[in-house]
Design a protein around this ligand. Structure first.
Ligand code: GLN
Length: 536
């Protein structure tokens, strides 16, 4: 098979949490700035079919794509660092591979053969790469392989890639191995042995990396570079340092450019490409690092101790902050603690309050307290998905005086189900099957804050929720001063609620955080940050 598309496979070694996803995304940024059409995808060796049902404790945020696929948060990096719009094809898990093979086996597709890891599962993996190639026709497809080389579960994927590289021709494939160079403080030295051993593991499977990307806290000197090159069987110039960045992940492409990773890849694959003009990217990074203003946003949630649970929201705040020349200090507040201690101390000196999405009733009352505090004290409030439902419940309870108002998610027998499941969804129990997922169009009403921010009457936003604003309460809520500023273009379901005579009080039933990009902040985040700045 000969094909104009070139393939980059990014594996990781030594330890997990190396920033492999960021390395893949940053390489995407650089190649795109060289004028290439880049597609990025992730292969995850775990057995879950997708991360949709995984706890944030296990897996951080679930990133939702336009087509509704619930994917690994690395796809968020890919979409933020490149123009690539991912689809469900861009995240393959072992769960999907096995599910498909077993379905085929049951259907008799294998014509009585013994069904095996090789070739049947590896074929499945290779098929996916071919399908993405067909669908996207990108110049380059970057595939990140989750997990650490040497893990049993990753073996199948590496074997598939080895076979694939033979099929498409080794010159069309670049293997990049990302490793860690630990620094032993007592010896004052960087250690290369784990890298050597992890590359040896890869070579055991028949994969010879072309480029080694070394995560390191310290500079990589020429001696160590030469040593890694010799033991890992690559040229010294193909040993690239990937240093800890000081301020923001958006520095990563700039760091990888120092050792010209993009040039090396481009040369290795025989791609015709230009020297990247990173001026705009640099400018964005500068604004993130050296802003004039500063403000504090409280994020009131239930996974506030986790770095990754609200990843896209934190990134969206960075984008909006840069656009307004402001550093945003995020104060993560545990909603249960807020319920216990009250808002007075925890929400003191806060410029804006954001309530992210979530499932289940833990912390709900604390979030309602935060929404009430924001509404009554004219503090900018931005509710996302569950945060919009919270704003609705709070308004119903304290403005419409429906004291027992709630969502049926938290109280099935509530007297006033202002948030509830759509009737046709009632009775379905299959977790994951009843969710409203992915992008859909909504109409925005002129004369509202939302319309002012979007500057458009039709918007497309991504969803991930089961419960909805209950239309039976719409009239009563509107009469009391809650503005419904956007509804679904097809179903009329409520998409945005706002309070007009408040500096900024907006709840969105969808997830705007999945569409914010560096240099293109989401209008709702931008409006929220702007209003919060005025508080300071
Ligand atoms: N739990 C709520 C629902 O299912 C909100 C979901 C969310 O915030 N993503 O509707």
């Amino acid at each position: 098979m000969s094909h104009p598309t070139k393939y980059i496979f990014v594996t990781g070694g030594v330890v997990s949490s190396l920033g492999k996803g960021l390395a893949a995304a940053s390489l995407g940024t650089l190649l795109e700035h060289r004028g290439l059409d880049v597609v990025i995808q992730k292969f995850d060796p775990y057995l879950n079919v997708d991360p949709g049902t995984m706890s944030p404790y296990q897996h951080g945020e679930v990133y939702v794509l336009a087509d509704g696929a619930e994917t690994d948060l690395d796809l968020g990096h890919y979409e933020r660092f490149t123009q690539c719009e991912c689809s469900k094809l861009n995240n393959l898990t072992s769960g999907q591979v096995f599910e498909s093979v077993i379905k085929k086996e049951r259907r008799g597709d294998y014509l009585g053969k013994t069904v095996q890891f090789i070739p049947h599962c590896t074929d499945e993996i290779k098929e996916r790469i071919k399908e993405v190639t067909e669908r996207t026709k990108g110049d380059v497809i970057i595939t990140e392989i989750g997990g650490t080389t040497g893990d049993i579960e990753g073996h199948l994927f590496l074997e598939a890639l080895r076979q694939f590289s033979l099929e498409v021709g080794r010159d069309n494939v670049c293997f990049i191995h990302v490793t860690l160079l630990p620094y032993i403080a007592a010896a004052g030295e960087i250690k290369t042995k784990p890298t050597q051993q992890s590359v040896a593991k890869l070579r055991e499977i028949g994969v010879q990396p072309d480029i080694i990307v070394c995560r390191t806290e310290h500079d990589l000197d020429e001696d160590n570079r030469a040593k890694i090159a010799m033991f890992c069987n690559v040229e010294a110039k193909n040993v690239v340092a990937f240093r800890d960045v000081a301020h923001t992940i958006y520095e990563c492409p700039l760091d990888l450019r120092r050792d010209k990773l993009d040039r090396l890849v481009s040369d290795r694959l025989g791609l015709e490409s230009e020297t990247p003009d990173l001026e705009q990217w640099r400018h964005f990074v500068d604004r993130v690092i050296n802003p004039t203003f500063e403000l504090t946003i409280a994020v009131v949630g239930k996974y506030t101790e986790l770095q990754d649970a609200y990843k896209s929201i934190y990134e969206s705040l960075v984008h909006a902050g840069a656009a307004h020349d402001a550093r945003i200090n995020v104060k993560r507040i545990d909603a249960s603690q807020l319920a216990e201690e009250g808002p007075a101390t925890l929400l003191r000196d806060i410029d804006g309050i954001l309530i992210p999405g979530g499932f289940g009733d833990r912390g709900i009352e604390g979030k309602i307290t935060a929404a009430k505090f924001a509404r009554e004290n004219n503090i900018p409030y931005f509710g996302i998905c569950l945060g919009m439902q919270i704003a609705t419940i709070e308004f119903a309870r304290h403005v419409c005086e429906l004291k027992k108002a709630n969502s049926t998610e938290f109280d099935q027998a509530t007297q006033h189900p202002v948030i509830s499941l759509q009737a046709e969804q009632e009775g379905l129990e299959d977790m994951g099957a009843t969710m409203r997922l992915g992008a859909s169009d909504s109409t925005v009403l002129p004369g509202t804050k939302a319309h002012e921010l979007y500057g458009s009457e039709v918007i497309t936003e991504r969803h991930r929720h089961r419960y909805e604003f209950n239309p039976n309460y719409r009239e009563q809520m509107e009469a009391a001063g809650l503005t419904i500023s956007s509804v679904s273009a097809t179903t009329g379901l409520v998409e945005i609620v706002e309070i007009s005579d408040h500096p900024f009080y907006i709840g969105a039933q969808f997830h705007p955080e999945f569409q914010s990009r560096p240099n293109h902040p989401h209008p709702l985040f931008s409006g929220f940050v702007k209003a919060s700045l005025k508080q300071g």
